[in-house]
Design a binder for this molecule. Structure first.
Ligand SMILES: [Zn+2]
Length: 341
């Protein structure tokens, strides 16, 4: 889980706001609200993908549609401002509630501080000070709750105890997180998808969804685990030797699956094509070309060809054949699944 370092030091170019020159506390409030909005934007896209693609997942959780955060995430210098702004009557609070989610229907609200979520006593979670231990423990505890029974929740809202019961919906088990670095990194480790905040500035929601869907596809296809089973090198040697064929196979598979994930969640299937036509020339061409990934123009051709196949299919959700292969070892065959321009 991410730490919000340097939050109030003004280095977050992606979230720097024009006209922030009023009193310091007012500036802090604007920045904290910008962070909340950015986190919610990513979480809402993740939620839409994770709930619309349940038939493609084999690891599920009880989906409530809340985004939680902790005071421990904030830089020590920012903690007083964060506490003053968000409340934090307990170590973990609701940063936001996704529109149309079970949490919203049950009446949960942003800045409700979590006391208890089902059997998980949030206020009693232990963790090392200054780490996100308690937040991670809360997220793992909530994710492990049964998916078909109401979840009884106690919160503190504006100083008073409030009780609600949330009827969850099944969701694929992946956490979607924003990294507040202004960058264009994106990664998937099997449990989590992380994307850099640079994408939020430069791309509309549909194309952000395409980036997130690609990373989410890596998790659904167990790519981290399967690459590790092949003994690949994630470091400087990723672009050399046998590593290349395994990385490329997972990259092409993630592109292919991302088209179905977008279609099932009713995003435009060609959002990823539009994304690459902008991102490719600026960030993945010439000397920026990665040896472990196929060339971006071939990725566009592959995505376009898959979108054309999806156009001909009217049923939803679509469950592509590569889902059935996710428990097989990677064979390194990327050549036969890549369409060249
Ligand atoms: Zn990838």
């Amino acid at each position: 889980m991410l730490r919000r370092f340097a939050l109030l030091v003004g280095t977050i170019s992606a979230l720097a706001l024009p006209g922030v020159h009023a009193r310091a506390d007012n500036a802090d409030a604007k920045l904290l609200e910008a962070v909340r909005a950015a986190d919610l934007r990513v979480a809402a896209i993740g939620w839409r993908l994770a709930t619309a693609n349940v038939p493609l997942c084999d690891q599920m959780e009880a989906g409530m549609g809340v985004v939680v955060h902790t005071l421990d995430q904030f830089d020590p210098k920012a903690r007083d401002s964060a506490r003053a702004h968000f409340g934090f009557a307990t170590p973990v609070a609701i940063e936001g509630v996704i529109a149309g989610s079970p949490a919203e229907r049950a009446g949960l609200r942003p800045d409700d501080s979590l006391v208890r979520v089902g059997p998980v006593e949030i206020a009693k979670l232990a963790g090392r000070p200054g780490t996100t231990d308690r937040l991670v423990a809360a997220q793992l505890g909530i994710a492990a709750l049964p998916q078909d029974a109401p979840i009884e929740i106690d919160v503190i809202r504006a100083g008073a105890p409030v009780h609600v019961a949330v009827q969850p919906v099944p969701a694929c088990r992946t956490r979607f997180e924003l990294e507040l670095d202004g960058g264009f990194g994106a990664s998937a480790d099997g449990a989590m998808v992380q994307i850099g905040s640079g994408f939020l500035d430069d791309y509309p929601d549909d194309q952000l969804a395409a980036v997130i869907a690609h990373e989410f596809a890596h998790n659904i296809l167990r790519h981290r685990e399967r690459l590790e089973a092949r003994g690949v090198d994630y470091g400087l040697l990723a672009g050399f030797g046998a590593n290349v064929k395994y990385f490329r196979q997972t990259e092409v598979q993630a592109d292919l699956l991302s088209a179905y994930l977008l279609a099932n969640a009713k995003y435009p299937v060609r959002a990823s094509v539009a994304f690459w036509q902008h991102f490719g020339p600026s960030k993945a061409g010439g000397i920026l070309r990665s040896r472990s990934h196929p060339a971006w123009r071939d990725r566009v051709a592959t995505l376009e060809a898959e979108a054309t196949k999806i156009d001909a299919l009217s049923t939803r959700p679509l469950v592509p054949a590569l889902i059935a292969d996710r428990n097989k070892p990677l064979d390194g065959d990327w050549q036969s699944i890549l369409v060249r321009r």
